[in-house]
Structure formats: C-alpha cells, structure tokens
Design a protein around this ligand. Structure first.
Ligand SMILES: [Zn+2]
Length: 158
C-alpha cells in the first residue's frame, strides 16, 4: 500500500456584516470571512492538503480566483471536485486532522455539524475527520479579529 501525507494552510480576512461560511456550514457572527469564493477556510485547507498529498498542485491552480466562474462559489463544490481529482489518481482518504484559528465566536459547539457535512462530501466516516479550534490568545491578526486561518493534514492511500 502507498501512503501519502498532505498539508494545507489558508487565511481569509474577516469583514463586518458578511456571511460566514466555515466547515461547510453558515455561522452566526458580526463578521464573516471574505474571499473570491465563499471563503470557507476549513474546506480550502482540506482541499489543499488533499491536492498536496496527491501531488496535484494547489486549490488556486485548479480553481483560479481570477475566474468569474468561481466568484462566490460554494466551497463544498470545490471539495467534491478535489475528491474526484484524487480518486482519478487512484487514491482514497485515510484520515484528516485540522485546526481552525479564530478569536471569536467559540467554535466547539459547531464542530459536530462541520464534521458531518465534510464526511458526507468526502464519503468517509465522521471518525476519520478531526477538527480542532483555537484562539491565538488575542495575538496577531487572528487575535485582533482581522482574520481567520486554518491548517490541515491528511493521509491518503492507494
Ligand atoms: Zn481560501
């Protein structure tokens, strides 16, 4: 069996009175993540980690932020497309581990719903998806509530 690890990192700006999509679900908050797509930072890092593991470049290579086709696109569609790409190369997902860095609001109550959503898209068990949340102790751009960042690692196999 061939095992391959992948890693993803992403940042989005937070802006006032903007929809906030995270982990495939919409979150109630005063601010939301801003970007060319729906700016779902968790789905983006999982896409990038999966693409990296399969050596298929990155999310911007496949879904350019210059392309009007992807303006405001639901990142769940991008994640499904990434799953197709790695399947075409003969890989399946073993597990995903991720961390979201956000000062406010508290994400822990929302994590089960995010896991359920991602598991459905990627056709894997909820137990194979870990989502962790941390603040940055009010330090840096995350701490000042100017942005949100996330990290993911994945293991794929063939
Ligand atoms: Zn992104």
């Amino acid at each position: 069996m061939k095992l391959r690890v992948g890693f993803g990192y992403d940042v989005h700006q937070l802006v006032e009175n903007h929809p906030f999509w995270l982990g495939g679900i919409q979150i109630e908050h005063t601010h939301g993540a801003y970007g060319h797509s729906d700016a779902d930072v968790l789905l983006h890092v999982i896409c990038d980690a999966l693409l990296g593991a399969a050596n298929l470049r990155d999310i911007g290579y496949h879904f350019s932020d210059k392309d009007p086709k992807y303006k405001g696109i639901d990142s769940k569609i991008l994640l499904k497309d990434v799953l197709t790409l790695i399947k075409e190369k003969g890989y399946s997902i073993n597990n995903i581990d991720s961390t979201i860095c956000l000062q406010r609001p508290k994400l822990n109550p929302l994590i089960p719903e995010m896991k359920k959503c991602i598991a459905e898209i990627l056709e894997i068990d909820e137990d194979d998806i870990s989502i962790k949340a941390t603040t940055t102790e009010k330090l840096g751009f995350v701490g000042r509530e100017e942005g949100i960042s996330a990290y993911a690692t994945v293991l794929i196999q063939k």
